[in-house]
Design a protein around this ligand. Structure first.
Ligand code: B12
Length: 330
């Protein structure tokens, strides 16, 4: 696996907070670990280790462990409730406060100012929060912008969509990676929730409605979710109907959601052929002229898309947004 693949594969685990430590074993290089460090940085509640720590050799780590074990042992003598030798109580777990984080040292991070510049205006703060993937900050900045009298539609068009465009560009240029895209999309989504009630009743604010799912037999969803987030962050309304989706569920979702575009994802050569079955089911339901169909996923190609009668294909989430807009004439 490349460092980027490792990062993408570990994302769903890290994001769900089901692990305390992420690392690498045989085959992993500094580049893999660096990607993992970049990935956990914006996840709320996770603490980032430092470059110097993950650069340490296993011998140094052994020394660190035994020093801590000695410390524990000393602590045990003065505390009858002390932890077992060699184990760290929560308060004893390594804290890297005060040390330089990877974020501080990263030259190509999404945050360009490293917190050095004066507090930005609300508009800048929204843009900045999306680039950093900070949902809470984005919501707060959006609140502040509204309090200053900004119109919800202007916030969306002026800051949010522009920020997502910037993140997409950095992704394309190899300066941002999958988790940053997801975090940015999520930050924008959180603030959009705040704006949604204010938009109700106003002229249509959505570029189009999209149903997206991974086809039957296939459980891969990282790429599919990324496409969903990018579409959502770019102004589409998205119904993400999950993984292992059979054709009748796709048909039902397209119907009930009044979808303009149906997006299908497949990561296995054995499941990508099912896309053709879904297209046939859409035709049988009399919906084919009402909905555009886009397909994607690692084994899918432009030639395959054409062969099965899909309208659009892209090999990445950023392009997917462009293709979706073109298909709807936007
Ligand atoms: C992570 C992963 C898993 C995870 C999935 C976790 C999850 N929540 O998704 C787990 C561990 C569950 C898994 C299981 C399996 N996996 Co797997 N997996 C991968 C891995 C390492 C990364 C996939 C990934 O997330 N990539 C990152 C994302 C961002 O990229 P992406 O999905 O391609 O998406 C991008 C584009 O394709 C596009 N895109 C995606 N969807 C769409 C949709 C539309 C409409 C558009 C326009 C664009 C688009 O945009 C995305 C963003 O840029 C790949 C290896 C690889 N090199 O791809 C193997 C891989 C896909 N897996 C493979 C296999 C064989 C399996 C298993 C069968 C293993 C097993 N024996 O059990 C099972 C299958 C389970 C199942 N029934 O689905 C093979 C597939 C081989 C093949 N040719 O069919 C691969 C290629 C590994 C390999 N080299 O052998 N896997």
């Amino acid at each position: 696996m490349t460092p980027e693949m490792t990062q993408a594969a570990m994302w769903s685990i890290a994001e769900r907070h089901v692990t305390d430590i992420i690392g690498g074993c045989c085959g992993t290089t500094d580049a893999h670990i660096r990607r993992l460090a970049e990935m956990v940085e914006p996840i709320k509640g996770l603490r980032l280790s430092t470059h110097s720590i993950y650069k340490q050799t296993s011998r140094q780590v052994d020394e660190l462990t035994s020093r801590r074990a000695d410390k524990d042992s000393a602590a045990q003598q003065s505390d009858s409730q002390g932890v077992a030798k060699g184990h760290l109580s929560p308060s004893e777990r390594p804290s890297f406060t005060g040390q330089k984080t990877v974020n501080d040292t990263a030259k190509d991070g999404l945050s360009q100012n490293g917190g050095q510049t004066p507090a930005p205006s609300s508009a800048d703060a929204i843009f900045d929060a999306i680039l950093k993937g900070k949902a809470d900050q984005c919501v707060e900045a959006t609140r502040a912008a509204l309090a200053e009298g900004a119109a919800p539609q202007d916030i969306i068009n002026g800051q949010m969509i522009r920020a997502m465009g910037e993140v997409g560009q950095r992704f394309q240029d190899g300066k941002a990676f999958v988790p940053q895209l997801l975090m940015a999309g999520r930050a924008m989504k959180a603030a959009l929730e705040l704006l949604k009630p204010m938009l109700a009743g106003s002229a249509s604010t959505t570029i189009g409605r999209v149903v997206i799912g991974t086809v039957k037999g296939d459980l891969h969803d990282i790429g599919k979710n990324l496409v969903a987030s990018m579409l959502e962050g770019s102004g589409f309304e998205v119904d993400n109907i999950g993984i292992d989706v059979p054709s009748d569920k796709f048909v039902e979702a397209v119907k009930s959601y009044h979808a303009d575009i149906l997006c299908m994802s497949a990561l296995l050569t054995t499941t990508m052929t099912y896309m053709k079955d879904v297209i046939r089911a859409i035709e049988d339901a009399g919906l084919r002229d009402k909905v555009k169909i886009m397909v994607g996923g690692a084994p899918v190609s432009q030639a395959f898309a054409e062969e099965i009668g899909a309208d659009g294909y892209s090999d990445n989430a950023n392009e997917a947004v462009k293709v979706a807009k073109i298909l709807l004439g936007k």
